[in-house]
Design a protein around this ligand. Sequence first.
Ligand SMILES: Nc1nc(=O)c2c([nH]1)NC[C@@H]1CN(c3ccc(C(=O)N[C@@H](CCC(=O)O)C(=O)O)cc3)C=[N+]21
Ligand SMILES: [Mg+2]
Length: 282
Amino acid sequence: MSAQVLSGKTMSESLRLEIASRVTALKERGLTPGLAVILVGNDPASEIYVRNKGNGCTEVGMYSRTINMPAETTQEELEAAIEELNADSAIHGILVQLPLPKHLDEQAALAKILPEKDVDGFHLINAGHMLTGTEGVVACTPRGALHMIKSTGVNLSGKEAVVIGRSNIVGKPMAMLLLKENCTVAMCHSRTQNLAEHTRRADILVAAVGKAGFVTADMVKPGAIVIDVGINRVDGKVKGDVDYDAVKEVAGWITPVPGGVGKMTITMLLMNTVEAAERMLK
Ligand SMILES: Nc1nc(=O)c2c([nH]1)NC[C@@H]1CN(c3ccc(C(=O)N[C@@H](CCC(=O)O)C(=O)O)cc3)C=[N+]21
Ligand SMILES: [Mg+2]
């Protein structure tokens, strides 16, 4: 039996209709939600993502602005650009595209973003909300992944969840969200011993490793929900962290790459932005 495919494309279509209608409602009250993306330098992958974000905004009727800054931008210049957006009433969401060029301090830059406008959920205030389970902005990729997991209808309470990868952007917040759903969560990483023994126990397996085809069929529990966060470029193609064709024969549900979590990440960015704009009117 082959796994059910959790399509980020299909899920995004219905979510984006909902977002578009909330944008329309805000516009009727005189407020157009706006997202600003700061892109420093010209990394080709970043340029693709930033373009996808701009297109997403257009699709749901939001205002979007991309601020392209040269690779030599100084920390002061970057922070000044952020401060300007903090003060701009047309902008409800600010995203500083990561990674930044090596000479720039990411944490210091993120700390400058007003937490209410931090639609990435990367500010320490929002990271703290995530840790305590209180209301704040939830990072887009884990939020999108959780939406996909919930769409299976599986009761998550008490289930074993394994997250491979411990980044601040994906692994850690993903684990917190699954914990909040009452899963028993294990966070695995590059130093984990006997990784497959952990992953084979997982009812929910989230792969955020950054290595194409890392999760093989023998690592997956039959019937598991397998969420592939990987975006790896191999011979000009985008590949996930999961050996899709083989794992599909074992898993109960699986997300494709492309058209899976990546698509949902942008949708959740739009959701976080419309929510930030809605909070302005409250
Ligand atoms: N401040 C910040 N916030 C981010 O959310 C952020 C970031 N920096 N830096 C890079 C990562 C990566 N990321 C993706 C966004 C969209 C797709 C996406 O659209 N994927 C499509 C197309 C993939 C492709 O063709 O490249 C898909 O999976 O179907 C993927 C990955 C956001 N990130
Ligand atoms: Mg994807």
